[in-house]
Design a protein around this ligand. Structure first.
Ligand code: AMP
Ligand code: MG
Length: 336
C-alpha cells in the first residue's frame, strides 16, 4: 500500500473525511500526539486500527468528538462534574470515561461497557470530524509499545506501507497523550496523567482518586480498570533507565558506564556529558513533555543500546512525563 503524506489544506481534509467515512484508516494530527483514526461506529474499520498497530484487542480506544451534542449520542450517563470539566477543559487534552450507549461497538471499547471521550482542540481534527459527521476512534499513531508520534515523519517510520494516508500537521504542541479520567466512579479516578494536571482537576471538581497504576507497576493477576495501564509502553528499542539524584551525581553515574551505545537524556542548560541529548529545562515540565517521545525515537536512530534519563519532577505536568518514562524504563529507577 502506498502511504500518502498530505499537507492539511481543504482538499486533504475532505480526502481524509471521505476515506474515514468509507471505512479506511488514516493518521491525523492532534494537539497531544498523532492519532490513528477510524469511524468509531464501524467495527471493521476499528479492527483495522488494532491490526495496524498490533494493539491488544482488550485495550479500548478514545472516541473523539467536535461538539458537546455528540457526547449525548454516545454516553449513557453524564454526571454534572463531567459537564463542569468539559466546560473548562474542552476542547483540549482531557479524556473522560462514561457508561456507553450501544451505538459504540464493543470492539471500540475493548469489550467494556464504558466509553472514553475527548474533544480535541486541533483545528484539523475538528474539521475532519465535522466534515465527515463522524465519531473518530483514535489511539496514538504508533506501533503498539513504541513511543507515541509527535510529527508526521515519526508516523511514517511506523506505518509506511500499512496505512493509506498521513495528514502532516507539523509538531504536536503538547507531545504527550491526554489525561484520562473516569467519571463512572463516585470520586473521579485518574487512570493516566497528562497535560491537564491533577491540581487543575481538583481545583475544578474537588477530590480526585489517583489510580495506583499511575506510578506503580500492575501486580500479577490484579484487575485493572484501564487496560492500557497493564502493557509495556512508550519504549524505544534502546533500554531505558531512569536516574534520580543531583545532576553531578547523575552525570558521574552515566560516565562510569563503559558499555558502547550509552546515551543520556538530560535537562537543558546544565553541564552536558558525551552522547547527551536534551529534553527540556529542569523547571519546564511542559517542554519536557513535548520533547520526550521525539528524543526517545531519536536515540534509536542514533543507534543507542541504553539511554539513561535524568528523572523529571512529578509535580504538575511532570507527573505525566514521569508516568510515561517509568513505563518506558519497565520501572527501572536508579537512585544516585
Ligand atoms: P491511547 O489510545 O494510546 O491514547 O490510549 C488510550 C488509553 O485510554 C489507554 O490506556 C486505554 O486503556 C484507556 N481507555 C480507553 N477507553 C477506556 C475505558 N473505557 N475505560 C478505561 N480506560 C480506557
Ligand atoms: Mg498509545
Amino acid at each position: 500500500m502506498l502511504t500518502r503524506i498530505l499537507t492539511p489544506d481543504n482538499e486533504a481534509i475532505i480526502t481524509a473525511a471521505k476515506l474515514l467515512k468509507a471505512g479506511q484508516i488514516a493518521a491525523l494530527p492532534t494537539e497531544t500526539v498523532y492519532g490513528l483514526a477510524a469511524d468509531a461506529k464501524n467495527e471493521a474499520a476499528v479492527k483495522a486500527i488494532f491490526e495496524a498497530k498490533g494493539r491488544p484487542q482488550d485495550n479500548p480506544l478514545i472516541v473523539h468528538i467536535a461538539d458537546i451534542s455528540q457526547l449525548y449520542e454516545i454516553a449513557a450517563e453524564i454526571p454534572d462534574k463531567a459537564l463542569t470539566l468539559a466546560e473548562k477543559f474542552w476542547p483540549g487534552p482531557l479524556t473522560m470515561i462514561f457508561k456507553k450507549k450501544s451505538v459504540i461497538p464493543d470492539v471500540t471499547s475493548g469489550g467494556l461497557d464504558t466509553v472514553a471521550v475527548r474533544m480535541p482542540s486541533h483545528p484539523i481534527m475538528q474539521e475532519i470530524i465535522r466534515r465527515g459527521n463522524l465519531f473518530i476512534a483514535a489511539p496514538s499513531a504508533n506501533i503498539s509499545g513504541r513511543p507515541s508520534c509527535t510529527n508526521a515523519l515519526d508516523v511514517f517510520e511506523d506505518f509506511n506501507g500499512k496505512i493509506p494516508l498521513i495528514i502532516d500537521g507539523g509538531e504536536c504542541n503538547i507531545g504527550l497523550e491526554s489525561t484520562v479520567l473516569s467519571l463512572v466512579t463516585d470520586t473521579p479516578t485518574l487512570f493516566r496523567p497528562g497535560f491537564v494536571t491533577v491540581e487543575q482537576l481538583e481545583e475544578t471538581v474537588g477530590k480526585i482518586k489517583i489510580s495506583e497504576a499511575v506510578t506503580s507497576p500492575i501486580k500479577q493477576g490484579e484487575r485493572v480498570q484501564s487496560p492500557g495501564m497493564k502493557y509495556r509502553h512508550y519504549s524505544p528499542n534502546a533500554k531505558v533507565v531512569l536516574v534520580k539524584g543531583e545532576h553531578s551525581k547523575v552525570c558521574q553515574f552515566i560516565k562510569d558506564k563503559e558499555d558502547s551505545g550509552v546515551f543520556a537524556l538530560m535537562f537543558e542548560g546544565e553541564k552536558p556529558i558525551d552522547n547527551c541529548l536534551f529534553y527540556g529545562k529542569r523547571e519546564d515540565s511542559a517542554e519536557q513533555a513535548k520533547n520526550l517521545f521525539k528524543r526517545l525515537r531519536e536515540v534509536d536512530r542514533l543507534g543507542a543500546k541504553t539511554v539513561y534519563v535524568e528523572c523529571p519532577s512529578t509535580l504538575g505536568v511532570g507527573l505525566a512525563t514521569f508516568n510515561r518514562l517509568i513505563r518506558a524504563a519497565a520501572f527501572e529507577i536508579v537512585n544516585v
